[in-house]
Write a protein that binds this ligand. Structure first.
Ligand SMILES: NC(=O)c1ccc[n+]([C@@H]2O[C@H](COP(=O)([O-])OP(=O)(O)OC[C@H]3O[C@@H](n4cnc5c(N)ncnc54)[C@H](OP(=O)(O)O)[C@@H]3O)[C@@H](O)[C@H]2O)c1
Length: 205
């Protein structure tokens, strides 16, 4: 099995680690509605999404796509994913989910659970759930769309994308790529939920 290179999480590049900026356009007042949720994840052929607190691969075009997709929106993440970053992701509303009410994340807001995180969203829909494994698992039932980078290689790792019922998702786009340096093949794939979506998290989510 491949042993990958440890790299920081998405957006580790120019500008990464800066404090989250303010939007250049006025933010619509969301009122009491809860943000639409979409998931963004890069997933190896064996389901691995991370290793030892980082990413087990280096795919610069995937990071660029991640930045393009999420800029201007809210990004919801688990505390461990936030700590894998050089800092808050610029030009996005960073919301970090932690059970620790004393947790503070520089440049980011904090929320005690997924429901509270969605209620904090003040950027336009959709809000993007950007991991890690624990947060993908609780967010999956509420997601309308998945933006997966499906990497055609297995990697060693300690966290995996949650299992999902293929009948719940319909593939609507697939764009093949090859990393120029490593030769790793990967596809940007979009899935839309086929059926009913949960709108409110249950206890513990
Ligand atoms: N490939 C990808 O696209 C991708 C994307 C993101 C992350 N990753 C990788 O994934 C790994 C991190 O994932 P992870 O699963 O270990 O951690 P995580 O999901 O990022 O964060 C877990 C933390 O979130 C908080 N949390 C989880 N469930 C909660 C709930 N129901 N209510 C309130 N807070 C909750 C807890 O924080 P407290 O302990 O503070 O309470 C928990 O320790 C890293 O290796 C990272 O590089 C990969």
């Amino acid at each position: 099995m491949m042993r990958g290179i440890m790299t920081p999480h998405p957006d580790a590049g120019p500008g990464a680690g800066r404090t989250a900026g303010h939007p250049s356009t006025p933010i619509p007042d969301r009122g009491t509605t809860v943000a639409d949720l979409e998931i963004v994840a890069a997933v190896a052929r064996n389901g691995v999404i991370g290793a030892r607190g980082g990413l087990p691969w280096r795919l610069p075009d995937d990071l660029r796509r991640f930045r393009a997709l999420t800029t201007g929106h809210a990004v919801l993440m688990g505390r461990r994913t936030f700590e894998s970053l050089p800092g808050a992701l610029p030009d996005r509303q960073n919301i970090v989910i932690s059970r620790d009410p004393g947790f503070r994340a520089p440049g980011a807001e904090t929320a005690g659970d997924l429901a509270a995180a969605r209620e904090r969203v003040s950027r336009p829909d959709p809000a993007y759930c950007i991991g890690g494994a624990e947060i993908y698992r609780i967010a999956l039932p509420f997601a309308r769309r998945l933006h997966l980078t499906e990497i055609d290689r297995a990697f060693d790792g300690d966290v995996r994308f949650p299992d999902r019922d293929p009948d719940d998702w319909r593939e609507t786009a697939r764009e093949p790529h090859v990393d120029a340096v490593s030769g790793v093949r990967y596809d940007f794939v979009t899935y839309e939920r086929t059926g009913r979506i949960l709108t409110r998290p249950g206890p513990g989510a």
